[in-house]
Structure formats: structure tokens, C-alpha cells
Ligand binder design. Structure first.
Ligand code: FRU
Length: 474
């Protein structure tokens, strides 16, 4: 019997209908996670932007709410962030703390594009929003790329800090009240990748695992540009921040994800100190083909939330990603696997629905290991480890619908360092695979559009016999 593939993701947020891009205004308040997002309510392709809205108590089950922000006389509503104004620095809240959204107004005028930053606030925990009457609060006389404000409270200097995408740099501003902003510094000249316009920055501190040291992380997405072979993608920098300037400790870009479908990711604001997690959600698509992906009536999904930590690996500080513990609640049963794999291969059966797979094996020094996600006799996604080259190839050219984009069917590659153990975590949903390697040190996020549901997962290797241990959760 052919199982009919459901037409929506199980675990990933996607709007009921129409177009979505970047996550916006990620904030935790009154026991709810808020996910706002770039939304076009009148079509399944990018158009005049609004802020769509969803809430969740557990980061996985999202409830879609009415649109939070509509275009107005200052323009359409581009990306931005939200914060809790705990101490009423804005004067908007007479009755306890409330939410403030800091977003970009985008306007196309006869003399060109104008982007400026504006505020909206909510006194009912995000249900309804009031635009600040003094909008916009931060403009630039001539820069048409002046957008995507991410704001946080900086305790040490007792003020709000904004990171803003300003062409191919990030500008840093500060404020006492979210209304009056002072320019502090500009980051990014001659640092990192400049193959496209810089977008959707984020800046936060994280403890380096196993030390008492904090480092600051600057995340910068790069819009699809001529120079980018694989479309839009996200770089990050590690370094220091003194309330005024961010100093990167390296000049080469580090990449957040080696897959093609993790973009515009930013982190939640105001997760309680007792929890202290830094959680990122990205848009699971790529500007190269986002407007063409073959979904029905809705377009685009968010990635699963990723908990971020920092780890020292071979002299570099790396951003490490884990799925949040809340994901476990979703699965009803766990099957342990302990199997010997050789060239004749093994099969792991799965049921309809999302699959969580965690595999461990000693890492061979040469040869190949192949993991195939089998949808039908002709349709497979193949994950191939080449141990000589220390390369993982993610092959989706036979994964179902691929002909909507030339780039989509090309292999995605991830190069890993010398490893003694191979540890692989994968979450396979209706239209995506999120893969983490070596306890989250490497990530590869990939869309796929199979016509049928996953039948089984097969493994084989030419490296002799390898013992594979792990779990499958469904
Ligand atoms: C990133 C981006 C942002 C902009 C938004 C518009 O994907 O281009 O820079 O604010 O999308 O929808």
C-alpha cells in the first residue's frame, strides 16, 4: 500500500496559508513563546510584508494568531525583534511590563527605497499592537539598506543595544528608552563574507563550555548575491562586546549551517534567567528558490528551534546546536538499535510521521558509509560519508520534486574534522531533514519534497563491519 504523504509538516511551523519568510520578534513573555514572521497574507509568493504571529508554550506546537502588524503610511513591515520592557523605559506601560516590537518600515518612493526603524507595543501580552505615534524612530538620509533591528538590554552599560543591517556592515546603536538612538560603531568592513547584502543580525553572549568565560556571538545572514554559489546563507563571528563595539576574534566567516535551507535565524529575547538557554529559529528556505518550492497553498517553514552553546574545537570557538528538550515530548515510542552494518546493508523500518534518529559508530579512517531515506523504489535521499575526505554529502537529487530550481538538486557538502566517534542526529519531517553531526558541532538543514512518505532507512558500508548503536523515536 502506498502511504499518502500528508501535505504539511508535523513538527515545523508553517502558516496555514500563504507566504512566510524570516522569523521576527522572537520573545518569551507570560509563559508563552512568540513567533512573529514576515508574512504576505494575499499570496504564496513574497509581497507587501506584514508580521504574522504564532504562540507556543513548548516551542514545538504553535498556534497561529491574527496578523500582528499591518503596513501603514510609513511603509510595509520588514524584519525586526521584540523585547519585554520590564521597567517601562519607553513610558508605554503604566500597568506592569509589556512587549515592544522594533521593526523596519520599508517604503518604495519615487526617489528610491527608504528603510527606517519603528516601534509598536502591546499591553495585552502580544494579542494586539499599537504603533508608536512618533514613528519612525531611526532613519538614515541615504542608505537604502537600513533594516532588521535586533534589540537587547545590556546590563553592564544599563541601556538598550540595537544591531542593524546597513548594507555590508552591521551598525550598533544604543538607547535609554527604545525611542532615541545613538550611533556607537560599525562592524564588518574587511571581515567575513561579503558575497551579498548583510541582513538579520543578532548579538548575544554565551558561556564557552567547560570554562567560566563568556564570548559574544554576532550572527549575520547574507542575502543571495552573484558571488554566492549556494544562495543565501548565514555566517557568525565570535569575539567581545563592550556595550559599544563588537570585536571579532577572527576575520574569516564561520558558517552556521552547511545546508542550503537555514536563513535569517535569530534568537529569543527574555528567556528567563533560570532557564538561560539561547534558542534560535531560522527560516527553512533559500532565497534562490523560496518562491518556487512546491507546496500547496502555503509556502515556507521555520527550522526546529536550536539551543546554541559555544565549544572550543581545535583552537576555534564553534557555535554548537542542539534540538531543545521539548522536542522529546512529541515522540511516543523509542526503539533502540544495535546492528552490525556491512556491504549488504540493513534496514530500519519507520512508521508514518516524523522520525528522530540518533546514531553512533566508531569513525572509520577510510571508505564510505551510506544512509538512504527511502520513499519509493526511485525516490531516496542519500547521506554519504566519505571517510578519506572527511566529507558528508547530502544528496537530494532523487528526493522527489526537484525541478523547480537548478540549485536544489545539487549535492550539499559538509567537511568534518578528525573524529574517533561518528555521532549523528537527524529529524526527518514531511518536507525536511535537519542533521546535526558530532553532538551538534556541525549542522546541515535541507528541504525535500518527496511524493510519498518515508518507508524505511537503509544503511550500508564498504569499510568492513561497523557496529551502529542508537535510537529511533517516532
Ligand atoms: C531577509 C530579508 C530582510 C528583510 C525581509 C523582507 O530574508 O530580506 O532583510 O527585512 O527579508 O521580507
Amino acid at each position: 500500500i502506498t502511504k499518502v504523504n500528508p501535505s504539511r509538516p508535523y513538527l515545523h511551523y508553517a502558516p496555514e496559508k500563504n507566504w512566510m519568510n524570516d522569523p521576527n520578534g522572537l520573545v518569551f513573555f507570560n509563559n508563552e513563546y512568540h513567533l512573529f514572521y514576515q508574512y504576505h497574507p494575499n499570496g504564496t509568493t513574497w509581497g507587501p510584508m506584514h508580521w504574522g504571529h504564532a504562540v507556543s508554550s513548548n516551542l514545538i506546537d504553535w498556534e497561529e494568531l491574527p496578523i500582528a502588524l499591518y503596513p501603514d503610511q510609513h511603509g510595509t513591515i520588514f524584519s525586526g525583534s521584540a523585547v519585554v520592557d520590564w521597567h517601562n523605559t519607553t513610558g508605554f506601560f503604566n500597568d506592569g511590563p509589556g512587549l515592544v516590537a522594533i521593526f523596519t518600515h520599508h517604503k518604495e518612493t519615487d526617489s528610491g527605497i527608504v528603510q527606517s526603524q519603528s516601534l509598536a507595543y502591546s499591553t495585552d501580552s502580544g494579542k494586539t499592537w499599537i504603533k508608536y505615534e512618533g514613528n519612525p524612530v531611526l532613519s538614515h538620509p541615504s542608505n537604502p539598506d537600513f533594516r532588521d533591528p535586533k534589540v537587547f538590554w545590556h546590563d553592564e552599560s544599563d541601556k538598550w543595544v540595537m544591531v542593524l543591517a546597513t548594507g555590508q556592515t552591521i551598525s550598533i546603536y544604543s538607547s535609554q528608552n527604545l525611542i532615541h538612538w545613538v550611533f556607537e560603531s560599525e562592524f564588518g568592513t574587511n571581515i567575513g563574507s561579503h558575497e551579498g547584502v548583510w541582513e538579520c543580525p543578532d548579538l548575544f553572549a554565551l558561556k564557552v563550555e567547560g570554562t567560566n568565560e563568556d564570548k559574544w556571538v554576532m550572527i549575520v545572514s547574507i542575502g543571495d548575491g552573484e558571488g554566492l554559489a549556494y544562495g543565501s546563507r548565514t555566517q557568525y563571528f565570535t569575539g567581545s562586546f563592550d556595550g559599544k563595539a563588537f570585536i571579532s576574534e577572527h576575520s574569516e566567516a564561520k558558517w552556521l549551517d552547511d545546508g542550503r535551507d537555514q536563513y535569517a535565524g535569530v534568537t529569543f529575547s527574555d528567556i528567563p534567567k533560570e532557564d538561560s538557554r539561547r534558542i534560535l529559529i531560522g527560516w527553512m528556505s533559500n532565497w534562490r528558490y523560496a518562491n518556487q518550492v512546491p507546496t500547496d497553498g502555503w509556502r515556507s517553514q521555520m527550522t526546529l528551534p536550536r539551543e546554541l552553546t559555544l565549544k572550543e574545537c581545535e583552537g576555534h570557538t564553534k557555535l554548537v546546536q542542539h534540538f531543545p528538550k521539548e522536542l522529546n515530548q512529541w515522540f511516543n515510542h523509542t526503539t533502540e538499535i544495535e546492528r552490525t552494518v556491512d556491504s549488504s546493508g540493513i534496514n530500519i523500518d519507520v512508521e508514518q510521521g516524523p522520525v528522530y534518529l540518533d546514531l553512533n559508530t566508531p569513525c572509520p579512517k577510510s571508505g564510505e558509509l551510506q544512509i538512504a531515506l527511502n520513499y519509493s523504489d526511485q525516490t531516496h535521499t542519500v547521506i554519504q560519508f566519505n571517510f578519506n575526505e572527511k566529507k558528508l554529502s547530502f544528496k537530494r537529487s532523487n528526493s522527489g520534486k526537484v525541478d523547480f530550481s537548478e540549485l536544489f538538486s545539487k549535492d550539499q557538502e559538509l567537511f568534518f574534522r578528525d573524529l574517533t566517534e561518528l555521532q549523528l542526529t537527524m529529524v526527518i519531517d514531511t518536507f525536511s531533514v535537519e542533521l546535526l553531526l558530532n553532538e551538534g558541532e556541525y549542522a546541515l538543514t535541507s528541504l525535500q519534497f518527496p511524493d510519498e512518505s518515508l518507508k524505511d532507512i537503509s544503511l550500508k558500508t564498504d569499510t568492513g563491519e561497523v557496529l551502529i548503536k542508537g535510537v529511533v523515536k517516532q
